[in-house]
Design a protein around this ligand. Sequence first.
Ligand SMILES: Nc1ncnc2c1ncn2[C@@H]1O[C@H](COP(=O)(O)OP(=O)(O)O)[C@@H](O)[C@H]1O
Ligand SMILES: [Mg+2]
Length: 391
Amino acid sequence: MEIKLQNITKIFIAKDKSKTVAVNSLDITIPSGKLVGLLGPSGCGKSTTLYMIAGLLDPNEGKIFFGDEDVTDAAPEDRGIGLVFQNYALYPHMTVRQNIMFPLENIRVPKEEALIMAQEMADLVGIGELMNRKPKQLSGGQQQRVAIARALVKKPRVLLLDEPLSNLDARLRLQTREEIKRIQRETGITTIFVTHDQEEAMSISDEIILMDFGVKQQIGEPQDIYDSPDNLFVAKFLGTPPINIMDGQIKSKKVMIADGKKFKMKTVEIEQKVVQEGEQEIVQEVQTMEVKEYEFNVAIAGTKAKSQKVVVGIRPEGFVVDKDGPLKLDVYMVETIGRDTTLVIKDPTDEGRTFRVIVDASHRVKPGQKIGFSIKRDKVFMFNKETGELI
Ligand SMILES: Nc1ncnc2c1ncn2[C@@H]1O[C@H](COP(=O)(O)OP(=O)(O)O)[C@@H](O)[C@H]1O
Ligand SMILES: [Mg+2]
């Protein structure tokens, strides 16, 4: 079932008459049979959007279509949706079986039939053995599966999940997100998955809708958005470690970091010396102050854009260790994961700011080393300094 939101706006008016535009002229299409991640920072209007699709909130403006059907004014129970909340919202006094059967009792499905349907759903989500337990006798992940089974048992046209994994610990979150993906594939049900976690959205979604301040920022397949962000917000929101941001400028069809100036930075080093004093060895700490000069009048990429000041973003994997490369940078800290290594580098143009660079673990870099880097062109992005739009 394709879902279409046409120019949807939702404004909340508080008691003191102050207005919050939670969702602002949102135009989106959720393709039939897909799992779509609705992603954005906390407070950007994700839940509000979901509840308008569910019919729990009315938009101030705009229309909502399920297929060709205009459901803007339809009651929630007439829309054919299954809704799962972050806190599961199970009935604590009922068993798993009773919880899952509850929506069927409401529409007076005969008991025999309801029992079979509930068991089918419980088996699908992998809790078929736990039907006689009460919610408090289940783990968080199992409770979440009960909530999903309950949402699916009426065979809804659309499954809506609002931050369904937030209350689970890290390992369960991974496991349950794989499960949700599997259940969605097996049922083929059109699913909207709300999350503020970019990694979660990237890993589970066929498509991502990225929002900020109630406004759509970009829609697309996760890899496409990551590789071609439309603006600075999108570039910064997707990716761990995040994209490295620096001031730059375009000069004669070349992208330069900073203003092509030389930068001086003071570094303090503490050296330990062992001195012999008679019979005794004494360890002395010697402090040396060094002023290093960094030259940044280096072109890191070519461009067709006209000369202007820009914001430059370079993905952490865009730095290639290359002793003849244009950027010579001091490594401040080394974070080893095993698969690869993250180098933390102090931005010489802005004290207090650091870059993160991912290199192959085989490089065995040590803190304090100076490393030469060349830059992969397709990992460099330039943004308009005022609007943040991609150049
Ligand atoms: N019932 C409400 N009354 C007033 N303001 C609300 C209400 N619900 C949400 N908001 C406001 O609308 C904005 C979007 O909220 P929400 O959709 O819950 O964001 P998200 O789910 O992305 O965290 C926020 O600024 C929030 O404070
Ligand atoms: Mg929310």
